[in-house]
Design a protein around this ligand. Structure first.
Ligand code: FAD
Length: 438
């Protein structure tokens, strides 16, 4: 069983553990990335800087990838998606690889938010919903958004979500304002999965439901396109949107009424893992850039590669990446084996750790590159923004840390009862009457 290796810069992608069909597909995806995607990156940057949202060659690359079976690689085995049905663990090296560029995951139809939305629909959609909403996504002729966050409430506590979904005859009527919704500002958006309150009288965790809302339904207004730290999401532009008495059929309820948070969990586990693996891809890309730069740049009579500080940055970067990868592979394997409910802790720990690791490497890369590091010529700023984004989106660090803390077993008994604490026998020399230590 051969672990896939990068032929881009010699760094291992994905680490050991991927086998069989997964390894073969990862190797083919890697070749496609190196020979067809990466050579077009400069064109992608030029086109998007010139104001194009998505250069036309991306559609051609998508067709080519699909023809070669490199399509829907992140959909788990049960989906009947036309994809290879890789496990999360087998998809890991591909998510990592595509994370190196902001647009690469789109080529394999493995991009956010469509991929987690496909996973959610695959698990919960009725046959009619599958036909109308899931199949077009799987075939790459639709785009979706997941609309939960709202400007007027602290949305990291999802029970605060205030958008209403009111039953009216055979319809559902959606009213509310959402923001920072990835993909919501895309002109070709097909539908939203909207989270809202269906039963305000129910207990806080049983009030919300998920509903499928076509993007062209009357009453939807895209108020503005948002950037995060100045970064435009070209793959899935981020929007602020208003749902003004938007009417859809009651058949658009996704999953059971009042079980909206359970429904959302189906997509959140994989979504967090995918983002974290993309972070590792970005970190590898940065380390590659740093190693090239340090050799080429001379300051005070020495190449940057000769300075201890730079050598330590590289070494610490390598430690951070490899530790994160092991950690994440473990979380992916847990998700595959035991499902989200049993693996949330491993995923949450990785979700906190991995973007911090990327942020640290991005900061060092920025330092090493000097002013050039903040320019549009490199993806250092993108990596920095991605790390910062991921420390907030899909649950801020503090929320995950709180849950991890709560799941941490606290031992019974007082500190003095611990066998690790040396007990002082009566008459210990330090227990003298003068209070002075001898
Ligand atoms: C680039 C980007 C893309 C996004 N895409 C989407 C999307 O597609 N769909 C979507 O619905 N949302 C999306 N989001 C929104 C994101 O999920 C929310 O921003 C996030 O859940 C936090 O909610 P909030 O912004 O309302 O922050 P708040 O809830 O106001 O929290 C602010 C801060 O309060 C602190 N805090 C909160 N709870 C605790 C706690 N328990 N303990 C200690 N401190 C705490 C944390 O420091 C937290 O960062 C996106 C965000 C970004 C930046």
């Amino acid at each position: 069983m051969e672990a896939p290796r990068s032929d881009i810069d010699g760094a291992e992608i994905g680490g050991a553990g991927v086998g069989g069909a997964g390894a073969g597909i990862a190797a083919r995806a890697e070749r496609f990335f190196a020979t067809r995607i990466l050579p077009r990156h400069a064109d992608w940057v030029a086109a998007t800087q010139a104001g194009e949202r998505m250069p036309a060659f991306v559609a051609t690359l998508r067709e080519e990838a699909r023809a070669e079976g490199l399509w829907n690689l992140g959909i788990p085995p049960r989906a009947g998606s036309g994809g290879p049905g890789l496990s999360n663990r087998d998809f890991a090296p591909i998510a990592e690889l595509t994370g190196r560029l902001p647009w690469a995951s789109l080529v394999f139809n493995c991009h956010a938010p469509d991929l987690p939305n496909m996973i959610m629909l695959d698990a919960l959609a009725t046959p009619g919903q599958r036909e109308r909403f899931l199949v077009p996504l799987l075939e790459g002729r639709a785009a979706s958004a997941f609309a939960m966050t709202e400007p007027d409430v602290a949305s990291s506590d999802a029970t605060n979500i205030a958008t209403t979904i009111r039953a009216d005859g055979g319809d559902l009527v959606v009213s509310g304002r959402k923001w920072f919704i990835t993909g919501a500002a895309a002109p070709d958006l097909s539908f939203h999965i909207v989270m809202g309150v269906t039963d305000p009288e129910a207990p806080r965790t049983a009030r919300h439901s998920a509903v499928l809302v076509p993007a062209d339904a009357p009453g939807i207004r895209v108020e503005r396109t948002l950037r995060f730290l100045g970064w435009d999401d070209h793959v899935a532009p981020i929007g602020e949107i208003v749902f003004d008495e938007v009417r859809v059929s009651a058949a658009n309820m996704l999953g059971e009424p009042g079980r909206g948070f359970d429904a959302a969990q189906v997509r959140l586990g994989p979504a967090r893992l995918h983002h974290a693996f993309r972070c590792i891809g970005l970190a590898e890309m940065l380390l590659d850039l740093m190693k090239r730069r340090m050799r080429e740049r001379t300051a005070f009579g020495r190449s940057l590669a000769e300075y201890d500080s730079v050598q330590q940055w590289i070494a610490e970067g390598r430690i951070g990446i490899d530790m994160s990868r092991h950690f994440l592979n473990h979380a992916a394997a847990e998700l595959d084996a035991n499902g989200f409910k049993a693996s949330w802790r491993a995923i949450s720990m990785a979700k906190v750790h991995v973007p911090r690791m990327l942020q640290e490497i991005a900061d060092r890369a920025l330092q090493l590159f000097g002013a050039a590091g903040g320019s549009d010529d490199h993806l250092i700023h993108h990596a920095f923004v991605y790390a910062r984004m991921f420390r907030i989106a899909d649950g801020p660090d503090e929320v995950h840390l709180r849950q991890i803390f709560r799941s941490e077993p606290v031992p019974e008994g007082a500190l003095q009862d611990s066998g690790y604490v040396a007990r002082r026998a009566a008459g210990h020399p330090n227990d003298n009457k003068t209070g002075r230590t001898q």
